[in-house]
Write a new protein. Sequence first.
Length: 134
Amino acid sequence: MDFKLVLLAGAGGALGTMARFSLTYLIQSRQVSPFPVATLLINVTGSLLLGFMVQYATDSAAVTAETRIFLTTGFCGGYTTFSTFSYEATKLYQDGDYRRATLYAVLSVVLSLAGTLGGFSLARAALAARRGIM
């Protein structure tokens, strides 16, 4: 493994995370609706950025492997992992693998929601156990 690429991905991820946090804070500090506008905006713009970057890097020799890792895995990965999901599902679809694309999209959404609900349940159980011990 090339440690330089790991550092580039990490640096990009840190910047993406800071951008996500800043944008979320900016939107939520001005928002009155309980609708998660910030998350929706981040998921959509992250998917747009990743789609642009991957396509541009694929079709241009001007983007080095290091820059691609920094921007895609790093920045977009830190900004939103939803962009990676969107790219992978779209790539399967573009490759004509409609069945796998649909399966991946449905399973990703349903299992991620189920995972979140499972995490809620585990946290409640851990808190209940902790309260019972204390």
